[in-house]
Ligand binder design. Sequence first.
Ligand SMILES: [Zn+2]
Length: 115
Amino acid sequence: MDDDDETATTATVPEELRTSVDELDERAVRTLVEYCRRRLDELHDPVSTHLEPQPGEEFVEVTEREAYTEVVKREPCAEGCSDCPHGPFLYHVTEERHPDGTTHLHWASLGPVEQ
Ligand SMILES: [Zn+2]
């Protein structure tokens, strides 16, 4: 199984790049890994591009922050009363990455927003 992993990695990393990386010492490789993480964040779509209001919801404001995406939205209650949608409420949305590579959005509720 480890052999398969290695084959997959060497097959996708261009040889020229691999040759350069193989010359680095441990400290330099760690620095490179950090660089790659930052670069990955730059290339990755911001969370706000994946957000859609659910039926009955209204997005008031969506703001990208450094560590999370701030969402202010109005939302309907379970009864669907005449005052719906309620709020607005503040959420901090973060993208959680699972070991298998899939991601899901975590909505942390911070309560109602003063208007
Ligand atoms: Zn309601």
